[in-house]
Design a protein around this ligand. Structure first.
Ligand code: 5GP
Length: 189
């Protein structure tokens, strides 16, 4: 039988660059990675594709998924629901893939509680000003939402002690390399 894969949780405040680092890490086929596509009630941003970036669903559909126990974890983040569909994660872990969840801290804590062998990585910005600049540069959110995301980011950074690895995202390539090294160190175990 195939060796069961490892669950990897990648968290970090909004705007820290999780997606960019993740895409860099996923270029390495030997890591045997699969990305868990989340379900969200947030509206798609320009260029985001349903079924690739997220499953964009209505609030009713999301609440049904909660009720049917379809989600491994879920959380509310700045007025929207986000959650991890359980079936894909279980299937790919059973197939021997290492499955990466890119999720915020409340949801991550629900998973960490039940998973002793998970790899938990928290990305932090080099400093807060840089984070604010990155969120603003995206130009995808209105001022009120930007403020809420910044407030949430400060709260999230306080909660890094639930994660085994904290990595400063100063430069995409070297940060991705540090994440790769962390994953490889578990593959050897
Ligand atoms: P965004 O709206 O910027 O795409 O995501 C907002 C936050 O929700 C980010 O921190 C992102 O990592 C997190 N997130 C995305 N998918 C999930 C999920 O399935 N569960 C949880 N708990 N958080 C998620």
């Amino acid at each position: 039988m195939e060796k069961r894969g490892i669950l990897i949780i990648l968290s970090g405040p909004s705007g820290v660059g999780k997606g960019t680092v993740r895409k860099e890490v996923f270029k390495h086929d030997d890591l045997n990675l699969k990305y868990s596509i989340s379900m969200t009630t947030r509206a798609p941003r320009f260029g985001e594709i349903d079924g690739i970036d997220y499953y964009f669903v209505s609030k009713e559909r999301f609440e049904q998924a909660i009720k049917n126990n379809e989600l491994l974890e879920y959380a509310e983040f700045v007025g929207n629901y986000y959650g991890t569909p359980k079936s894909m994660v279980e299937k790919e872990l059973d197939n021997g893939f290492n499955v990466m969840l890119e999720i915020e801290v409340d949801g991550a804590n629900q998973v960490i509680r039940n998973c002793k062998d998970c790899i938990t990585i928290f990305l932090v910005p080099p400093d807060f000003q840089e984070l604010e600049q990155r969120i603003r540069k995206r130009k995808t959110e209105e001022e009120q939402v930007v403020q809420k995301r910044l407030y949430k980011a400060r709260q999230e950074i306080e909660l890094t002690n639930n994660y085994r690895h904290v990595v400063v995202n100063d430069d995409v390539e070297s940060t991705a390399q540090r994440v790769i090294d962390i994953i490889r160190s578990y593959q050897k175990k």
